[in-house]
Design a protein around this ligand. Sequence first.
Ligand SMILES: Nc1ncnc2c1ncn2[C@@H]1O[C@H](COP(=O)(O)OP(=O)(O)OP(=O)(O)O)[C@@H](O)[C@H]1O
Length: 248
Amino acid sequence: MASALLQVQDVSKSFGGLAAVRSVSLELQAGGISALIGPNGAGKTTLFALLSGFLRPDSGRIVLDGTDITGQAPHLNARRGLTRTFQIVQPFAAQTVRENIAVGAHLHCASRREALAAADAVAQRLGLAPQLDKPAGDLTVAGRKRLELARALATRPRLLLLDEVLAGLNPQEVGEMVPVVRAIAAEGVTVLMIEHVMQAVMNLAAHVWVLAQGELIATGTPGEVTRDVKVIEAYLGHGTARRLAEAT
Ligand SMILES: Nc1ncnc2c1ncn2[C@@H]1O[C@H](COP(=O)(O)OP(=O)(O)OP(=O)(O)O)[C@@H](O)[C@H]1O
């Protein structure tokens, strides 16, 4: 079997006395879409920050394609092909959509002209071409989510960490974004997504990890983890599975 694209080995991170991520280990194979789910405060975003280099783990190792990248700065990880998006999208509001996307493209483009041309190509893929000359601040929430994706894609990732790209979208917008994420994966980018919209997780992800209170409590297909008693109780409280069974 080929070695994993990403190996997370016994990674922990505390903030003061709060253990946000506890001894998490997982292996992500190249290709396809996987999801990281869990209740609010489970440690999902902290784990993304550790993987992408925005935070350094207290202990444990992160290995990308055989290379130890533990604690390596985000821009160096991006050079290696690991890029994340942010839950709260903060574009450079006064700059155009094109200029915002070009920020990501600069990683691989020698000149500004080349970066702006690369930005145009990424915008085409994400349906943002009509907005290229608009200030990013004029975009709707759905447009900003696409822009966040475009900026990440412009870095030409092999592994893309998506932090709630569907949050704040209405059902129609979610329906429009799902094929966008699928198309990114179909182009060969490995996608790991934090997502609360379970319908989309069921729809998109082949594999799911579940975090609760900093610990991985389940892993499997979306169907498997949503039937897992530990997962049901992590979301709905201890004893829920038994009460549900008694009620039916
Ligand atoms: N910089 C920080 N300083 C102190 N505590 C933090 C910091 N970042 C996160 N935490 C805490 O760590 C825990 C995990 O937070 P995290 O944001 O990783 O959870 P999450 O699973 O992404 O939650 P959500 O689904 O609500 O975004 C929470 O209790 C949070 O308050």
